[in-house]
Design a protein around this ligand. Structure first.
Ligand code: CAA
Length: 240
């Protein structure tokens, strides 16, 4: 039976590229989205990929959403925790809500999704969880105390869960993208972004497809011996 992959935030940006890369590899893809109906429906019409709306920061919504995917497409074999938001500001301007929302969605979302699928993966003896971290979770970033904390947490979460999945055929890995050509990065003020790009040895932003190819590899049987690892894909910006 074709393996079923859920990609959170899978209809835009890096998530869109991941959904397409996994579809191309022959998986049945369920693309989760949180809010942008227009973009999600256009994506589904264009690609034929089924879309499912829920908030990854909502624990029950993740349990219910994954149950719906299983009933519709089959048991979930692969989860790519890609959904994430930024609420950038220096700490003294950062509200508790800015902190909490980023932690709830970016890090809480990984826990919620893993809780929804991990038991089934263990029972079936095969699973892949790929968590999308960030170079800014590895190196920190001015104005991102919330985002860096959440992404750094993802890297620790990945290593802990990898140990629990290993003997059951479930691998858990992370990818730490650098600055990728997406709406999220386009929102960085141009003078700030220019300086960041100047600090990237390859001299450009990454493309979403470049991250997606890394995800597809980690989901494949070829990557069965890789677990608890972080693949840094950042154009040399941070050599970790
Ligand atoms: N290091 C040291 N000082 C810095 C700095 C840095 N990296 N960036 C800004 N500053 C300084 C400025 O020089 C300025 O100093 P003065 O007051 O002495 O002039 C001060 O900090 C305030 O800077 P801003 O005017 O930029 O402050 P602001 O409040 O208007 O904006 C900010 C702050 C929102 C954090 C803005 O600087 C910003 O957007 N930075 C980019 C953050 C970023 O990289 N986000 C990544 C988003 S994409 C993503 O997250 C995806 C991924 O995984 C990579």
């Amino acid at each position: 039976m074709t393996k079923v992959a859920v990609v959170t935030g899978g209809t835009r940006g890096i998530g869109e590229a991941i959904s397409l890369a996994l579809q191309e590899k022959g998986y049945t893809v369920a693309a989760n989205y949180g809010g942008n109906e227009e973009r999600a429906h256009a994506f589904s019409r264009r690609t034929g990929i089924a879309i499912f709306k829920w908030d990854v920061g909502d624990h029950q919504a993740c349990l219910d959403g994954c149950a719906t995917v299983s009933e519709t497409l089959g048991p979930v074999d692969i989860v790519v925790n890609n959904a994430g938001i930024t609420r950038d500001s220096v700490l003294f301007k950062m509200s508790f809500d800015d902190w909490n929302e980023v932690l709830r969605i970016n890090l809480g979302g990984c826990f919620n999704m893993a809780k929804a699928v991990f038991g089934g993966m263990r029972e079936r003896g095969w699973g892949r969880i790929v968590n999308i971290g960030s170079v800014n979770g590895q190196a920190g970033q001015y104005g991102q105390a919330n985002y860096a904390a959440a992404k750094s947490g993802i890297h620790g979460f990945t290593k802990a869960l990898a140990q629990e999945g290993a003997k059951h055929g479930v691998t858990v890995n992370a990818i730490a993208p650098g600055y990728i050509d997406t709406d999220m990065v386009a929102a960085v003020p141009p003078p700030v972004l220019d300086k960041i790009v100047a600090s990237i040895p390859v001299g450009r932003l990454g493309q979403p497809q470049e991250i997606a190819r890394g995800v597809a590899f980690l989901c494949s049987d070829d990557a069965a011996f890789i677990t608890g690892s972080t693949l840094s894909m950042n154009g040399g910006q941070h050599m970790y």
